[in-house]
Design a protein around this ligand. Structure first.
Ligand SMILES: C[S@@+](CC[C@H](N)C(=O)[O-])C[C@H]1O[C@@H](n2cnc3c(N)ncnc32)[C@H](O)[C@@H]1O
Length: 245
């Protein structure tokens, strides 16, 4: 299937801006630190990766809403490389309705030389195929990336029905554009779709503290905390089940 560039404008710092949503993929060039602090630290990933038992092996699963440029993915992969035992696999499942072309993805990720080896490995395999699911095996199969190129609500349903992650998620990266500009990514149906893919202790982290997001997560079994990550307020929390609030 042929794929096209999504409409993007590049600002003077070289940062991508979505024409469809009139919003930035990242606020500024500090986005790498921001991802480490919000998505990774917000989900306590360094600690959790380091404590995985090397003698048993297994799979740690992250589900992300909004793959975008793959920056969140590359940051998680880098941390995995640094902290997780070799006997474990990182399964990163990410949902994206408007996939960037490989050239756009490469250009955006080139902003962060610290991630160059991850970017290079990713672009070799990345192939955006709208309405399909792609499976990428990276780092000698220590990292598996499943890309679901669908609308978020349909994608969450597919992940469940097709058993893409039989044990659900260990952590969620909620990464749509700002809720006011991208309401579908933060709709009630999204939070409803997350619950059956979560279990006791599944964590989430996101940059937005919008009231409807906090209430939507709480109504679907997540305990929600307001916190502070890379110079801004964030929300983090964990799944507790329907009696959570
Ligand atoms: C802020 S960007 C994500 C940034 C990304 N996590 C990264 O590391 O680059 C939000 C993404 O959500 C995607 N998106 C917006 N609405 C969507 C929908 N209804 N379903 C699936 N993806 C959607 C956009 O195309 C965009 O790539």
């Amino acid at each position: 299937m042929e794929t096209h560039d999504v409409p993007i404008e590049w600002d003077q710092d070289g940062l991508p801006h979505s024409v469809i949503f009139n919003d930035k993929y990242f606020c500024n060039l500090d986005a790498y630190e921001e991802v480490l602090s919000i998505s990774c630290q917000g989900n306590v990933l360094k600690d959790r990766f380091s404590k995985l038992d090397p003698s048993v092996g297994g799979t740690f699963t992250i589900i992300e809403t909004g793959f975008g440029t793959g920056l969140n993915f590359c940051c998680a992969w880098q941390l995995w490389d640094q902290c997780a035992p070799k006997s474990w696999t990182l399964h990163f499942v990410s949902i994206e309705l408007y996939p960037l072309s490989v050239q756009q993805l490469n250009r955006a990720l080139s902003l962060w030389p610290v991630l160059s080896r991850y970017r290079e490995a990713l672009v070799l395999q990345y192939k955006p195929l709208p309405q399909e699911t792609a499976q990428l095996f990276l780092a000698d199969h220590r990292v598996r990336l499943t890309l679901v190129f669908e609308d978020v609500v349909e994608a969450l349903r597919q992940i469940k029905e097709r058993g893409i992650t039989p044990d659900g998620a260990d952590a969620w990266f909620l990464s749509g554009f700002a809720p006011a500009k991208n309401p579908k990514m933060w709709s009630e149906q999204v939070f409803e779709g997350m619950a059956p893919l979560s279990r006791q202790g599944t964590t989430f982290a996101t940059f937005t503290v919008a009231g409807p997001v906090r209430r939507g997560l709480a109504a679907n079994g997540f305990v929600v905390h307001k916190g502070f990550g890379y110079k801004k307020h964030i929300i983090t929390g964990y799944f507790h089940g329907k009696d959570a609030s």
